[in-house]
Structures are given as C-alpha cells and as structure tokens.
Design a protein around this ligand. Structure first.
Ligand code: SAM
Ligand code: SF4
Length: 318
C-alpha cells in the first residue's frame, strides 16, 4: 500500500529476538543485555498472524533478523509457513552466520531465498575483537555453504569503521573477483552502542569510490544500495549510505520488533503496540494500515548525529 508520502510499502523486517550469540562492539554492550522475559517475546504463531495481516495490505517481501535469528529453534517452520503465503514473494534473512552452515540446507528447503551475512573483517583476531565472541571460520563456512546451495549472490554486510576495518576495504572488494557475492559496505549509524564509536570511526562510503576508481556502477533494483563492479568480476560491491545520502524518499519498509511493536521508521521513536489486536485480524489489518500510512517522512541523523529510536539495533534488526 502507499503511505502518506506516496511511497509503496511492500517490505517487512521481522526481529525475532533481541538476544544474540555475539556482542559486536557497535551494537551490544560487552556484558550483554538485560534479558527480556520469554513471555514478552512474540511467539512464532503471533508473528505469523502479523505477517498474514501485512500480506493483506500489500507486503510482498519479508526479512527475518534480530538479535541473532538463528538462535531460535523452529525458524525453518516459520519460514515454511511464510513461504506458503502466496502473496509473499521473497523471504530473506540477516544473520551473523555463526550457526548458518549447519542450518542453510533446511532453511533453503523451507523457502529461504537469500541471506545477508554480517562480516566486518577477514582477520580472525580482529573478528574476535569486533564481535567479542566469534569464530570467523564458522562465518566463512556459512558463506561457502550458501554459495554451494546456489543462494547467490550471498550478501555480506560490512559496517565501515575508520581505524578498525577501513584497511581491509581492498581485500573485501578483491573477494568479488572470483566469488558470486555482494559486499555491502554500510555506514556506521549513531544508534545504540554505535553512538559511542560514531565520532571517532564513522566514514562516508563514497570514500571507497575515491580509493577504488576502477569500480563501475551497474544497474540494480535495490532501494538502499548503489551497486558497483570491478570489470569482469563475478560478484559486486554495494554502498549503503544511510547518513551521507539517505534513502528515506525511497524507503519501502516497516519493522516488527520482537516484543510486538511496529516501527514504521528505524530512527523514529514512534512504535505501535499490536499485541492487543492479534486475535482480531480485521482490527489488526486496520491498525497496520494506519501505521503504514503514517510512516514518518525521514530521519535526521545527518544533522542531529543521533537516532531518535528508543530501541537498539539488536532489538530492531537493522
Ligand atoms: N545478528 C544479525 C547480524 O548481525 O547480521 C542480525 C541483526 S544485526 C542488528 C543487523 C545488521 O545491523 C548487521 O549487519 C549489523 O552489522 C548492523 N548494525 C548493527 N549496529 C549498527 C550500527 N550502529 N550502524 C550500522 N549498522 C549496524
Ligand atoms: Fe549480534 Fe548482529 Fe548485533 Fe552483532 S550486529 S551483536 S551479531 S545482533
């Protein structure tokens, strides 16, 4: 459906949990998070009701995220159920990849079409420093597994941080020469723990084009990334610029948080609690329509340098 700015909203991101098996420095505090009670996290059957209502108002694409979505048992069943809805054309997943290699085959069978795997460095030691807990070998195995299952292009989300991983930009770009992957460089956002690193580490992804003029822009229907290629490469490079060149006027998404609120905009504090309407599908559809129609026009991160969101990235799912 259209919102009040005439944007077509057809994409739902679902955060399945705020918990995670990693503690990335720009996302989660080292000591972890105060655990939300189990009964406050939406159950899969509740999420299915929301996705059904969303499908009725024109949502065609669903992405599962978190926290880390793969720590939840039964996610394959949720994907299979979503995939059985005829109006949902595309199901994807954002994951840190730690548990993915062993699960990828079942997830693909359930209907998962695409994965985005987060990876901010190619070095084992640095990976452990950034994630505080992770083993890079498991992420690499997941990338290989997804390629072998033909879930291509595998998209790799890399948050750019000056002084931390900007020395590896060339290594990431070179990976696209031989592999059917898309490296997506994302600007660090001043939200949650990211706020603590923003002044020191933020950099504009346009710098990549200055440093690698051999990248050639290609046509792509992504709403958020401008996509480039090295001549003759099997993969591509996406630049995602939420700050330096914001894409609010093209935004097509709404978000469902793990605790049952709809966030029409990632960086707005506005949230609509939909839990009271889950047993009344008609009312739920009405509330969803209202939430979509009144989606905020834009964020103001570039001037205010702080998100207004009351929730952290691990609660919203990025
Ligand atoms: N745990 C999964 C993962 O890491 O892919 C899914 C959830 S995570 C919140 C989704 C994406 O948000 C990841 O690619 C992560 O790098 C990104 N992210 C988290 N905090 C961020 C920040 N402050 N700025 C930019 N991206 C951020
Ligand atoms: Fe976990 Fe993803 Fe946040 Fe890293 S970015 S702490 S993997 S939710």
């Amino acid at each position: 459906m259209l919102d009040n700015k005439g944007r077509t909203i057809d994409y739902l991101r679902v955060s399945l949990t705020d918990r995670c098996n990693l503690r990335c420095i720009y996302c989660m505090p080292e000591e972890g998070i105060g655990k939300v009670c189990h009964q406050d996290i939406m159950r899969f059957e509740q999420i299915e009701k929301v996705i059904t209502a969303c499908a009725a108002i024109g949502i065609k694409k669903v992405r599962f995220t978190g926290g880390e979505p793969l720590i939840l048992k039964g996610i394959d069943k949720l994907i299979a159920h979503t995939s059985s809805m005829s109006s949902i054309k595309d199901i994807s997943l954002t994951t840190n990849g730690i548990l993915l290699a062993d699960m990828a085959e079942d997830l693909k069978k359930a209907g998962l079409k695409r994965v985005n795997i987060s990876l901010d460095t190619l070095k084992a030691d640095k990976f452990r420093e950034i994630t505080r807990l992770g083993d890079i070998g498991r992420v690499m195995a997941a990338i290989e597994k997804c390629m072998s299952l033909d879930m291509v292009p595998v998209k790799i989300n890399t948050v750019l941080m000056k002084g931390i991983n900007d020395d590896e930009i060339g290594d990431f770009i070179n990976m696209t020469k031989e592999l059917p992957i898309q490296i997506r460089f994302i600007e660090l956002m001043p939200i949650g723990e990211g706020y603590r690193y923003y002044d020191r580490c933020s950099m504009k992804v346009e710098e990549i084009l200055e440093r690698f003029p051999e990248l050639v822009q290609i046509k792509d229907d992504s709403k958020v990334a401008s996509v480039y290629k090295l001549p003759g490469a099997k993969g591509s490079v996406g630049l995602i610029t939420p700050i330096s060149c914001k894409f609010c006027s093209d935004c097509n998404r709404i978000r469902l948080t793990a605790t049952g609120t709809i966030k029409p905009c990632l960086h707005s504090q506005e949230e609509i609690n939909i839990l009271p309407y889950l047993d009344d599908q008609e009312k739920l559809i009405e509330v969803m329509k209202d939430a979509v129609y009144n989606k905020p026009a834009e964020h103001h991160l570039e001037t205010e340098k702080k998100s207004h969101s009351a929730k952290m990235m691990y609660q919203i799912g990025g």
